[in-house]
Design a protein around this ligand. Structure first.
Ligand code: UDP
Ligand code: MG
Length: 315
C-alpha cells in the first residue's frame, strides 16, 4: 500500500460525497495503491450511513465507527493506529484542506522528507476571533516549548510510515499530534496552500474544545506555566516580607499606624488570587497525569470493516 488517507468525520454528511470524489480524483492522478480510512467520531447525522454505502462499493474505503464523540485528535490517532500505507495523509472532511494539495504533499515527500505539512498561506471564512486566537496561540506556544511546532498549520500533512510507527508508541491521552510529530524530528518541510471555507455544515470545534486543545498543547510540551507559578510565588512572598518589615517598623518605631483596612484587604485579595491561579495550573498538570495513569483506552470502536479489529488492540 503506497498511500493511506485518514479522514476524521464528525457530522459531515453534506461534505462526504464531494470529498470522496475529489480524493478519488487525486489518487487517480497520483496512480498509487491507496486506502481511505474514515473515522466516524460519533456523528449524529447520516455520515455513517454514507460510509457504509461507500465501503460496499469501493474496497479501498475503510471505516472505523466510534462508540461516541471522542474528539478530532483521538479520531486521527485511531486512523494512525490502523493505516497500512508507506505514506499517510491526514486531512479534514470539510474540504477546508483542498484534497488536490495532496499531490504536492506526496511529490514533496518523494524528494526525501519524512514529514511534509501544509502551511496556510491564507485562511477563508473563519471568524476574526478564531484567526486572532490561533495566530497568537501558536506563536506563544512556539516560544514556550522546546520543540519547534510549525506555526500556521493544522493537521493537514503527509507523514512517513516510520513516523506513524513512532506515534503509535506515544500513548498520551491528551493528544497534541502536531506537537508529537514535530517532536519526532527527521526531515520535515512544508508546502503552502490556500485554506478554503468549510464546504457545508458547521464546525465541530466549539470554543470549549479549542480551549482544551490549547491547554493540551501547552501542558504536553511545556513546563513554563509551572515555572511561572514558582517565580510568582517567590516574588509575591519577597514583596510580602518587605511589607511585613515595614509594618513592624512603623508600629514600633514610628508608632504611626492606622487601622489598615485597605492594605489588608488588598493583600488578602492579591495573595488569594495568585494562590488560586497557582493551584489551578498545578491542577491542570496533575489531572493530565491522572488521566494517563488510569490507562483507559483512548477510544472505543463500535464497528469497522477492518480485519485486524477482530483481534483486540493494545491500548
Ligand atoms: N472532527 C472530529 N471530531 C470532533 C470535531 C471535529 O472528528 O469532535 C473532525 C471534523 O469532521 C473535520 C475535522 O475534524 O473533519 C476538523 O474539524 P472542524 O472542521 O469542525 O474544525 P475547524 O476546521 O473549524 O477547526
Ligand atoms: Mg474545518
Amino acid at each position: 500500500m503506497e498511500l493511506s488517507i485518514i479522514i476524521p468525520v464528525y457530522n459531515e454528511q453534506d461534505n462526504l460525497p464531494l470529498l470522496y470524489d475529489r480524493l478519488k480524483g487525486v489518487v487517480k492522478t497520483l496512480g498509487v495503491s491507496h486506502e481511505l480510512v474514515f473515522v466516524n467520531d460519533g456523528s449524529r447525522d447520516q455520515s455513517l450511513l454514507f460510509l457504509h454505502q461507500l465501503a460496499a462499493k469501493d474496497s479501498t474505503v475503510k471505516f472505523l465507527d466510534f462508540s461516541r464523540n471522542f474528539g478530532h485528535q483521538i479520531a486521527v490517532t485511531a486512523g494512525l493506529d490502523h493505516v497500512t500505507g508507506e505514506a499517510v495523509v491526514i486531512i479534514d472532511a470539510d474540504l477546508q484542506d483542498p484534497p488536490e494539495a495532496i499531490i504536492d504533499l506526496y511529490n514533496k515527500m518523494k524528494e526525501g522528507y519524512e514529514v511534509v505539512y501544509a502551511r496556510r498561506a491564507t485562511r477563508k471564512g473563519e471568524s476574526k476571533l478564531k484567526l486572532w486566537t490561533a495566530k497568537y496561540f501558536y506563536r506563544i506556544l512556539s516560544k514556550i516549548t522546546t520543540i519547534e511546532i510549525p506555526v500556521d498549520t493544522g493537521d493537514f500533512r503527509i507523514i512517513d510510515k516510520k513516523v506513524v510507527e513512532l506515534l503509535r508508541r506515544m500513548p498520551e491521552q491528551n493528544k497534541y499530534l502536531r506537537g508529537q510529530i514535530a517532536w519526532v524530528g527527521f526531515n520535515q518541510t512544508f508546502i503552502t496552500y490556500e485554506r478554503q471555507e468549510r464546504n457545508a455544515g458547521n464546525t465541530g470545534y466549539t470554543y470549549r474544545k479549542m480551549l482544551k486543545f490549547a491547554l493540551d498543547g501547552i501542558t504536553s510540551f511545556s513546563d513554563l506555566p509551572l515555572k511561572i507559578v514558582t517565580y510568582f510565588g517567590f516574588i509575591v512572598s519577597g514583596f510580602a516580607f518587605v511589607v511585613m518589615l515595614y509594618a513592624i517598623y512603623s508600629r514600633f518605631v514610628l508608632e504611626d499606624y492606622e487601622p489598615g483596612w485597605t492594605s489588608l484587604i488588598l493583600t488578602i485579595l492579591f495573595i488569594g488570587g495568585i494562590q488560586m491561579i497557582a493551584v489551578g495550573i498545578i491542577g491542570e498538570y496533575l489531572s493530565r497525569m491522572n488521566t494517563n495513569l488510569r490507562g483507559r483506552p483512548l477510544y472505543i470502536v463500535r464497528d469497522s470493516n477492518l480485519e485486524e479489529l477482530n483481534t483486540p488492540k493494545k491500548n
